[in-house]
Design a protein around this ligand. Sequence first.
Ligand code: AMP
Ligand code: MG
Length: 410
Amino acid sequence: MLADVGPLGVERMMLSESLGRVLAADVVASVSLPPWDNASMDGFAVHADDVRGATAEHPAVLRVIETIAAGQRPTRPVAMGEAARIMTGAAVPAGADSVVRVEDSGPSSDAGMVTIVDDRDVLRNVRRRGEDVIEGARVLSAGTLIGPAHVGVLASLGEVQPSVYRRPRVAILATGDELVELDGFRAVRAGERIVSSNSYSIAAAVRAAGGEPVSLGVVPDDPRAIAERLQTARGCDMILTSGGVSVGDYDHVRRVIVSLGGEISLWRVRMRPGAPLAFGRLFGVPWFGLPGNPVSALVTFELFARPLLRVLGGHRRPHRRTIRVVLDEEVRLAAPLTHYLRATLADGADGTLHARLTGAQSSGMLTSMSNADALLILPPEPMIATAGSIVRAIPLDGDLGGTDRFPGSS
Ligand code: AMP
Ligand code: MG
């Protein structure tokens, strides 16, 4: 699925809006950071040789020649026997090689003098020009997901409009006679229809993966209606349909894809949930036929569509990490398929993460997904995974690992 795809295109955007976007070009520093040698403490800029060996009993006594605030420049070098009072971030004057923290200084009986009562800051507390970033260095590389620290680095380097990859536009069409969108909720109350929750959950998943969802709404299980509505997906970078790809009498989607000139390269995966997944191309872009069951739709999106979407979006790391967790209960597989089971994770007393199923694992039970921290990956063999065994898991977005507002109160 990922073989013939790559990032879509590049645009420039305001740095302040760039959180969550992906850098499209390496960022080379046009300035050095810090731009000058500066103090990392409030204190006194001195010569190391003047304060070495200083103690409370035998303090060094130095003449204070000036005060340098963070926004100021020194007016003259520090000579032997002299000190400049200096604030954090201020430029260290020529001659000085150490900044003695203010806590290690004391008043002197002589006005204009300072006593230094400790020598622990000899050759310390000076942040050198370029020690963070040196001009000309490649600081960030293309494919980096922009987080708060990257925004800070880009700002420090004056990158007001970083170059980022374009967000993939993803068409989402739900199929099913039984479905309505939220504006038709009356029919749900009347017991006649169900909400097309996939229209909303998949749009949210697309957004969370860095894409821009384009809703094509809901169509009934009618080949002409499906074909007609799919025409409006032209121009999108990826197409997702939900439902109608299984073996039921009304599962028309695959035939419609072919009738529109699309091609199907894959149908059915040895997994649960999500076995009816279909994949191919339509209108020149990747198409996923997601199964209609709400959990199947989200799990197959997660495993297959999300990585492809992230490749289109230029992510260097399209896949989520997997982790190892301890199973806290026995799990019996009902069929020799790879299972993706919804689980909660919690820290165990042994320092490892422990997993429990979120309860019944029906692919129609959307709360099994909304309660989950992770998908456990159970291979077809063995069909019984014993409590205490170690399994792989895919952590999902969420606040796993956070702590309650009042720790221990739950
Ligand atoms: P299908 O894949 O079309 O056979 O649908 C399988 C199951 O998923 C059926 O119970 C459908 O009612 C349900 N389903 C299909 N599409 C959606 C949707 N968009 N939102 C919520 N449930 C759906
Ligand atoms: Mg259906």
